[in-house]
Design a protein around this ligand. Structure first.
Ligand code: PBE
Length: 296
């Protein structure tokens, strides 16, 4: 083969390669992969009864995300999926809320919600069953006083996430925050083994709060049972008195449907945390910023 022929052959190969690369680009421009394509049009949710699931279905509706589905899972399942994607820098869209350790562990951002379907900040409130004040006045007072911050809860959550046993994490935090405990319990008499049952949902935020109040009430002489249920049964339990109280109610947005449905069948004992929120979130390495970016 002479040199000229070889060169022609080579340039043909180069041209072909360039052509293919260009073709690839063309294809990209025309049928460009959407965010939806990269995540199979799936939002990773938690358990079906949760408020954020309701909210996300309303988001899907309001933004016309017809191709999208909300996959149910659990807090633990959602965070496991998040970790798996995150470690490989793969795209993922999750239902999220603050406070939650995932924001400390991973670089995440909430997607803007220009239609304000998720609403803004809300509160976590404490509810008691009717008659709690008469039956367990000291606990009623302590539960009504219970108030802490997103940072406080974050400390306990992070410990638990890092493998500390739930009650030990609560105890560690309480030992470092005796002033707060004093505010909740000052002037309240100790009891002698009275039984009290608290209902909560297995969200990391609520696992933290209920373990903290469990230890506080135990130190005040109560025999405390934590009862883990889903959100619907939680409201039912407070309404029918099979649970005495809960610290797990997010209002005025996330749990509005239940709060309205059971109105008059519980007593509001107060706000135990302010400035909480929920919405859709993605890792910061994804280049979308708004729920509207899911519309393509
Ligand atoms: N969450 C987020 C609750 C309230 C907001 C899991 C803590 C829920 O979705 O019901």
């Amino acid at each position: 083969m002479n040199l000229q022929k070889k060169l022609i052959g080579l340039s043909a190969a180069v041209l072909l390669a360039l052509g293919l690369a260009a073709c690839g680009n063309d294809e990209g421009d025309e049928g460009e992969e959407t965010v939806g394509d990269t995540v199979d049009y799936k939002i990773i949710g938690i358990e079906p009864g949760a408020g954020i699931m309701d909210e996300t279905n309303r988001v899907i509706e309001a933004y016309g995300l017809d191709k999208w589905t909300l996959a149910s899972s659990s807090d633990a399942g959602m965070t496991a999926a998040l970790k798996k994607a995150y470690d490989k820098e793969e795209p993922i869209i999750i239902t999220a809320w603050t406070p939650h350790w995932k924001f400390a562990e991973f670089d995440l951002k909430y997607l803007d919600d220009p239609l304000n379907v998720n609403g803004g900040e809300e509160e976590i409130r404490t509810l008691g069953r009717l008659g709690l004040k008469e039956d367990l006045p000291e606990a009623h007072a302590i539960l009504s006083n219970f108030y802490w911050t997103i940072e406080d809860m974050g400390d306990v959550m992070m410990d638990i996430h890092n493998g500390v046993n739930e009650e030990d994490a609560a105890r560690n935090w309480l030992d470092k925050n005796e002033d707060k405990v004093a505010e909740w319990t000052d002037g309240i008499d100790k009891v002698d083994g009275d039984k009290i049952k608290l209902a909560y949902v297995a969200w990391d935020s609520e696992i933290a709060s209920h373990n903290v109040i469990k230890v506080v009430l135990e130190d005040m002489g109560y025999d405390v049972t934590l009862m883990q249920v889903e959100l619907g049964p939680l409201f039912t339990a407070i309404a029918n008195g099979s649970a005495d109280a809960t610290l797990a109610v997010w209002l005025p947005i996330a749990h509005k449907t239940y709060a309205d449905k059971f109105e008059g069948e519980y007593e509001e004992l107060g706000v135990n945390m302010e400035g909480v929120r929920s919405g859709l979130a993605v890792p910061t390495y994804m280049d979308i910023d708004s729920i509207e970016d899911l519309q393509e």
